[in-house]
Structures are given as structure tokens and as C-alpha cells.
Unconditional design. Sequence first.
Length: 704
Amino acid sequence: MIKTALKRIALVGNPNSGKSSLFNHLTGLNQKIGNFPGVTVDKKTGTCHLDADHKVEIIDLPGTYSIYPNSTDEKIVFDILGDKTNPLHPDQVIVIVDASNFKRNLLLFTQVRDLDIPLVLVLNMMDLVKKTGLSIDHEKLSSALGVPVVTIDARKGKGLDQLKTALLEINEETPGPIFNAHAHAPEAIDAVKEIFSIKGDYSAYQLLQQYRIRQGLEENEKNLLDEVVTKHHFNKDDLRRKETLERYAAINQLINGTVKENFAPLPKRWTQRLDQVFTHKLWGYLVFMGILFLIFQAIFAWATVPMDLIDAAFSQFSTFLQSRLPAGALTSLLAEGIVPGIGGIVIFIPQIAILFAFIAILEESGYMSRVVFLMDKIMRKFGLNGKSVVPLISGVACAIPAIMATRTIDNWKERLITIFVTPLMSCSARLPIYTILIALIIPDRTVLGILNLQGIALMGMYLIGFIAAITSAAAMKAILKTKERSFFVMELPTYKMPRWTNVGLTMYEKSKTFVLEAGKVILAISIVLWVLASYGPKNRMEEAEQTIVTNNPGLTGDELQNKIEAYKLENSYAGIFGKTIEPVIEPLGYDWKIGIALITSFAAREVFVGTMATIYSIGGVEDESTIKSRMRSEVNVDTGLPRYDFATGFSLLIFYAFAMQCMSTLAIVYRETKGWKWPMLQLFYMTGLAYLSALLVYQVFSRY
């Protein structure tokens, strides 16, 4: 295959080494995201100008600790680096290592170097190296390793000019191997080199090690390799152990004299001190619960004022449009459909921003890795492992990237279970529903002077989602049978002060994405819903005034007009549809208006609030009452009591906590599982669980 005109440089490194930060600094906005050929793993590529005359393509390979893969993501690294016929095979490689974990990170570097690809070694986090009592002479290290060595600060973008210079001046001739693979299996390696026309000993050796999982090999080629392995007694496990021991021995010899350690007694590092608490078998869980508690308290306490201002502003704007624009269908569409619908999502920007700010701080500081480590012990009891925590925690933001994050789980059963239960975690799309319903049924008062009851209720909803997820995982563990076992290994990065610029950018980007993505759906549904709620069978709409006047002879003025508008809404196409499904949802405490919102929110959960805003805006309301106040004043016509009492509100909260109401999530599950079996099971299971749980809640609490 003809290579691209641009020179391709692959970026390789361990997880948490700063690889993503370096990629972002090198490529800036010139990035593209797709999939690697044949697998549903994200491929990040971008262009970079090394100088005025040299433009290159950077490809960000998945993070891995070794060239021997434990997951689909990691397998891609050798598929690309070890196969010179691969269309993505790079011309050069940047290997980035966390210099504060220097020796362990060098294992991957030595493996990549032996593949005979010109490379540059990048030492990141040198500021942390000094704090640990180490000093690294990168010039001596470069001489010992036979490759350029550059020091950078990937978070701040320092050292990029030196890296670009090193890439321009790189020696295309690669030094001799660190691990002499040919000495351990000469006959097998020579046979593979001859059969497959491979030049490098280590590339041939790796093909013998990994041919059964190598992408692109035909079955007859694998059979040939089977014969080579059998004929020459190639024991891959024994050789892999020898390789690891020899590499670490070589690393110690190579870095001798380049790395100095201060053996004088050093005070305990903050990382060690904090880990004694944050990863403690008791205090660790209490601290984590305390942090979650703080987050949900802040979401209500800090967001109340801006939310109220946004809510009032959209209500006033709707009233302004109705009073200033000429009466007609377009004015009604704007004032009763589009503006309330958009307002129903914009109002939650403060809460979304606060939630993502906390998540960004936890990730930037290094604490999130401790949560993953801590939760591994619990996850295993439910058929999962520590790697499942990352998707589950990510599910608090959005189930779609969370499900894609399960690709790092190499055990098929654990990955499938994680995919299946992740949508039960309360995502940010549920947050608008939770907050408005909690505000309607839970008093806004404090306990013990500092604890807000609404914040406690919000945290409870997130815990309910987590409990449902791990309980469902335990059930699937019992149903799905497999003998495959998994192991959990991860690196705990040192604690760092969050980069507040990154936190601010995360708040902005995530809030913008949430609003724009949800806004597209809400705007479309608001328009359709307004049409369905404003028009109906001709005879019913024309007879509305006569029917109301006949049945209510004493009504006049605004009271009469509001009755007529309410009658029209009930007899509109939307009203007729809501009335049709009302017998099914009535046992849950819902009326036909809520039924309309349930159906529309199957496109996206957050549409519920926009739908309610549109429904309650239609009917000739001339004051500036907000969405929340309109919902609070809604009356149950059968009982004369508020529609959103505790039983109904709690029933709705439980329904939305469990229901699979996101078509995009179903689509991504289809893509990840390669079929409709699991997304359909997921849809029916979660919808059934939501209905039965909401039914139980309403029937119990409506009696009190």
C-alpha cells in the first residue's frame, strides 16, 4: 500500500504518562477521531508542523504497559508497530515515559526500540523527579540508549521545540537490540523471517509470540506458524519470562551513571501520606462518600441563584414575545414551544458545569485513580473488576463514552456486564429531571445547619443508580458462564495540583456539548410537540368554546379563556395520544401530560423537562410564572391535590433512574457488541425494571 505523503509519527506510552496532553499540544485543533481498521477503538490523528517546511501526521496509539496486549486497545499497538505492511505503520515513534516511574516505564521503550523503528524518548514529569530525590542526566542517557532523549512538561507544553528538533534530526539507523531474541530461538526466528520476508529478529520473534491474536493474518499463515512453533519447540511463555528478566537487567545497566538516587532519609512524600487515608480499607470509602456528598450539596447550593435567574429570564422572554408580537401561529410557536423548550435545558447549565468541574478536579489531582483501585475489591464480588469502575464513573457524565471505555477490559464476560449495567448509572441527562422533581417534592431546608435535604436526595438518586448497576451485574455474573479469569493492574499517579485552566475548559466544553447536543433534540421535539399540542381534530377544536361555555355558564374573562385553552390542549393530537396511554401509566400516578413527556424523552432523557415546559406553556398563561411554579401548581383533577405530590414525584424519579431512554446509548451498545441482541435485552430489562419499580413506589407511598 502506498503511504501518505506526510511522514507518520506514532505516539506510544504507558497510561498516565502524559501521552494525551502531548498529543493535544502537538496537534492543537488539527485533530481527527475515527476508528482503527477492523475494530471499534478510537483512532486519534492530527497534523503538526515541526518547522516551516516540515508537516507530519501524529497518530496517538492506545496506552499500554507492554507490547504484549491485555486488551483490544493494547493489541493495536503491536499490530501497527510490528507489521511494516500495516498502512498505519509509522516512520518514527515518540515514546513518552513518566520520569518519576523511570525504570518501569522503560520496559515498553526497550521493546519498541527493538522493533527497528527510529524513535525519540521523551521524559515527562521531570518536576516530580526532583521531588523524589532523583536526578536524570538525559544527555548521558541518550548516549547510553543510542536514541535522542528530550525532557518535557506535557501538561504545560514545555519542551516541544526541543522535541520537534529531535524529530527533524533523528538518525534513521537504529542501534542494536537490547534483547537478543535470535540467541534464544534462532531456528524458529530464521524460519519466520524467510516465510514472511521479515528483516528484524524481534519482529519475527513477536510474530511467533502473538500470531494467534494478530490482526490481518490469514488462517493458512497461522497454520504455518503453528508448524514452526511445534517443529522448533518455541515455548512462548518461558521465553517471555526470560525476556522480561533480561530487559530489566539491561535497563539497570544502561541507566547506570545516568540516574542518581539520594539515599539519605527523605520525609514521606505527600502521595504516600495521602494514600494512607485515601486507599485505606475503611477511611478510603468514607472519604469517597464524603466527596460525593460535597459534590451533590454543591450542585444544589451553588446553582440555585443562577438557575432561578435563567428560569425567570426565559419566562419573561416568553411573555415579552406574546405581548409584543402579533397574535398568530408563529408567535405561539416561539412563545409556547421553542423558548420554553430551550429554556428547559439552558436552566441546567450551572449544575452541569459544577458536576463536570468536580469530575475534572478529581481526575486532574490523581484522586480518581485511587477510587478505581479502592473499588476493585467491591467490583469483583459483582462479576466486575477495577477497570469496570472507570466506565461506571464515566457513566455519571454520559453512558456513550463510558461504554466505549469498556474496551480496556480484556475479559469478555466482565466487559459485557459492564456495558449492560453502565446505563443504570445516573448520567448528566438525568440531572435536570432529578433536580426539578426533587425541588417539587423535597423541602428546601437544611439539617444540622449545613446539610441541604435536596442535596441529600440528589445523592440518594445517584446511589440508587449505582446499587441497581452492581445488583444487575451480580445477576448477570450468575447467568453468564465463562472460565476466563482477569487480573487488575494499574498505576497510581502522584497527586498534583489541578490545572485550573483545564478545569475551566472542561466545564465549558462539557456544558457546551451537553446544551448543543440536547438542544438539537429538544428544539426539534419542541416544535413537533407544539404542533401536536396546538392542533387536533377539527370538530373538537372548533367546538371547544361552545362546550366550555355550555358546561360552565358562570365563567368569564381570563378564567373562561384558560378553560378553553386547557380543553383544546386535552383534545389536541398530543392530548389524544396522552389519553390513549394513560390507562397504562395511571397506576404509576401519571396523567396524560406526563405520558407525553415519557414518550418524547425516549429520544433523550433530558427532553422530559423541555416537554413539560412546552406542555405547561400552552394554554394562554399570560403571567411570568416559571416552569417549576407551573408544575407545582398543577392539580390532580381526581383528588384536587397537587399533581406532583411525594408519591408521584418519587415514582417519576425512580422511573427515570432505571429507564433506558437514550437511543444513542442503544446505538453504541449495538456497535460495541456487534449485534442487536444485547441492546434489545438492555432496553426491555431497564424499561421493565423502571415500570415495576415506579409502580411499587407509587402504590406504597400513595397510601400514606
